[in-house]
Design a protein around this ligand. Structure first.
Ligand code: CTP
Ligand code: MG
Length: 273
């Protein structure tokens, strides 16, 4: 196992050795024949402000293991994924490389991220070798996504969808409001029909061509896009939804850490994992 920086070694040239070092990785036969590969890009460069003070969110521990390590394992376990690119906090790429090196992981490329998630994903895409033609973008902040969800997204892209998002029905009724920053009551401007709403998760899967075009064309506005599929939609490309999973929730606030620990405790009992 080795951790690379995109600057130290061309990711493209790392391809064959990655496949050698990744033990029982069964690449789909069609992908091997055509030389096409699916890569995962994991944006992990956020600070985790909503989680409260402490280390960058991706480096905080769940059951003693950094969230990012859980997320990398979740993607690397997927049969279709043959390369993982981690986008680290801009000043923390070396730390992330050392951290991943301490854990038994398949080969991972680490690149420094940007100011916004949109910037970080763009920097991750730039590190992909030429033989990658499909990409899964997965938040480090969703460390517990089951491999079945990752496989389902990858399969839908391989089956011809240019953009695929896992999503779940929304339990709460959702209101649209005129946002008010001073804490006053916010006027409601609409109530979308709940049965037509879906809460979107990651990994989101794309043909690389489509996602790279979206990141090249959609200019950053404000804090940037929080959702890659939204950028693709703006280009007029169809995005489809496959079933998400409740364990693919995003660790955002302190209570989410409690839920994540509970999920891991249940897995230890039921799967011995
Ligand atoms: N992310 C990133 N680069 C950024 C901002 C976010 O790679 N400049 C990543 C985060 O590390 C996370 C994912 O995008 O894995 C989803 O973002 P979010 O949940 O908002 O994480 P943070 O931005 O870290 O959290 P917060 O918004 O509370 O600060
Ligand atoms: Mg954020």
């Amino acid at each position: 196992m080795s951790i690379q920086s995109a600057g130290e070694s061309r990711p493209g040239s790392a391809g064959p050795s990655q496949q050698q070092t990744q033990a029982p990785r069964t690449e789909p036969a069609e992908a091997l024949r055509s030389g096409h590969r699916t890569a995962a890009v994991i944006p992990a460069a956020g600070r985790g402000l909503r989680l409260g003070p402490g280390a960058p969110k991706a480096l905080r521990a769940l059951s003693g293991t950094p969230m990012l390590v859980h997320a990398v394992r979740a993607m690397a376990r997927a049969r279709a994924v043959s390369l993982v690119v981690v986008v680290a906090p801009p000043d923390g790429a070396d730390e992330v490389r050392h951290l991943l090196d301490e854990h038994t992981l398949p080969e991972v490329v680490v690149v420094p991220g940007g100011e916004t998630r949109q910037d970080s994903v763009r920097l991750g895409l730039a590190a992909l070798p030429d033989d990658v033609d499909a990409v899964l973008v997965h938040d480090a902040a969703r460390p517990l996504v089951p491999v079945e969800t990752v496989d389902a997204v990858a399969a839908a892209v391989r089956d011809g969808a240019p953009a695929v998002v896992p999503a779940l029905p929304v339990p709460d009724t959702v209101k649209e409001v005129e946002p008010c920053t001073d804490g006053g009551p916010e006027p409601v401007t609409g109530t979308p029909e709940r049965s037509r709403l879906r809460a979107v998760q990651t990994p989101q899967g794309f043909t690389l061509k489509v996602l790279a075009a979206a990141h090249a064309q959609v200019a950053r506005e404000g804090d940037g896009a929080t959702d890659d599929a939204g950028m693709v939609e703006r280009m007029g490309v169809e995005v489809v939804v496959v079933p998400g999973h409740e364990e693919a929730f995003k660790v955002t606030r302190p209570l989410d850490l409690v839920l994540a620990e509970a999920v891991l405790a249940r897995r230890r009992v039921t799967d011995g994992f």
